[in-house]
Design a binder for this molecule. Structure first.
Ligand SMILES: *[C@@H]1O[C@H](CO)[C@@H](O)[C@H](O)[C@H]1NC(C)=O
Ligand SMILES: *[C@@H]1O[C@H](CO)[C@@H](O)[C@H](O)[C@H]1NC(C)=O
Length: 265
C-alpha cells in the first residue's frame, strides 16, 4: 500500500511537470492523435515469420489448435477506430479512473490514475515512476466503457464452446507484456504498431520474469541460437493476430498503441 502511494505521488509529480509543457492537442490525422510527431518510437519491426491470411478465405481449423496466424481485412472497425481517437476517448473517458499495470510477468503492481492524466505526457507511459514501465491493458470497467466496446466488431471466428471477453488498452512505445501464456484469443491493433514474439506451449522461452520485453529484446534476443528463435511479426491496424491455447507470447508496442484483445474462454 505504501509502495503504491509512493508510486502514485511520483506519477502525479511527473504528470504535473509534463502538464506545464503541454501544447494544444495533437492533430488527429491517421494516427487518431496518438502518434507522436517528434516523440520516441521504436523503428525495428523485425521479420515476420507468421502466416498472414486474407480473413475471408480462412479455413481456420487449420490454425485453431496448432499455430498463430495473422488475419487481414477480417472486420471493418472504422467506427470503433474513430471512437478511439485521442480526442474522442479523452472527451468521453477523461474523468474516469483507469488502472495501470507494471510490465512484469509475476509482479503486477497497479497504479490508478485519471484517464486524462495518462495521456497528458506521452513519455509518461514509458518512463513514469523510475524504472517501472506502466501501461493500460485489461482491468477495464465494463460498465463505464460499455458504450465503446459495443461498437467493436470482434473477429467472427470463435472456437467451439467458447465466448469472447475483451481487454482494451493504450500503451506507449517501448512498453509491452513479457512472456506469459493463457487461453486462446485474438489481438487487434486499432492505432500504432505492436510487435509479437511467440513460442509453442512445449518450448518455454528464456526470459527473466521481472524484466521488460524491451530488455529481453535488447539483451537476450540477439544471442538466441537459430533453433530458439521465436515466431514473430509486427501487426498494424486492420490486422488481427490469433494465438492458440497456451502459446507463450510477449508483446512490444513500437508506437503509442491502442489495442483490444478478445480472449476465448
Ligand atoms: C465501474 O464503474 C461504475 C460506474 O462508475 C462504478 O460504480 C463501479 O464501482 C466500477 N467498478 C469497479 C470495479 O471499479
Ligand atoms: C521478481 O520480483 C519479485 C518482487 O519484487 C521478487 O520477489 C522475485 O524474487 C523476483 N524474481 C526474480 C527471479 O528475480
Amino acid at each position: 500500500m505504501e509502495y503504491n502511494t509512493a508510486v502514485f505521488t511520483a506519477c502525479a509529480q511527473f504528470v504535473l511537470l509534463c502538464f506545464i509543457g503541454i501544447k494544444a492537442a495533437e492533430p488527429s490525422g491517421d494516427g487518431g492523435g496518438w502518434s507522436s510527431d517528434s516523440g520516441f518510437r521504436l523503428q525495428d519491426e523485425g521479420d515476420c515469420n507468421i502466416d498472414i491470411l486474407d480473413g475471408f478465405s480462412l479455413s481456420h481449423q487449420q490454425y485453431a489448435y496448432s499455430r498463430p496466424v495473422i488475419l487481414r481485412g477480417l472486420t471493418d472497425n472504422t467506427r470503433f477506430r474513430s471512437l478511439c481517437s485521442k480526442a474522442s476517448l479523452l472527451e468521453e473517458y477523461g474523468a474516469r479512473k483507469v488502472r495501470l499495470s507494471t510490465a512484469n510477468t509475476f509482479s503486477y503492481r497497479k497504479v490508478i490514475l485519471l484517464f486524462q492524466w495518462t495521456s497528458l505526457c506521452r513519455s509518461m507511459w514509458t518512463i513514469c515512476c523510475g524504472r517501472k514501465t506502466l501501461y493500460f491493458f485489461g482491468d477495464n470497467n465494463f460498465t463505464e466503457w460499455q458504450s465503446l466496446f459495443e461498437q467493436y466488431e470482434s473477429p467472427p471466428y470463435v472456437l467451439p464452446h467458447t465466448s469472447g471477453a475483451y481487454s482494451f488498452g493504450i500503451a506507449g512505445p517501448g512498453t509491452g507484456v513479457p512472456f506469459h501464456w493463457h487461453g486462446p484469443g485474438y489481438s487487434e491493433v486499432i492505432y500504432g504498431r505492436k510487435r509479437w514474439f511467440l513460442y509453442p506451449p512445449d518450448r518455454e522461452p528464456h526470459f527473466h520474469p521481472n524484466r521488460t520485453t524491451l530488455s529481453w529484446l535488447r539483451d537476450t534476443y540477439p544471442h538466441l541460437p537459430e533453433e530458439e528463435a521465436p515466431l514473430e511479426c509486427t501487426i498494424r491496424p486492420g490486422e488481427v493476430l490469433y494465438f492458440p491455447d497456451r502459446w507463450w507470447h510477449a508483446t512490444l508496442n513500437l508506437d503509442t498503441s491502442v489495442f483490444i484483445s478478445t480472449f476465448l474462454g
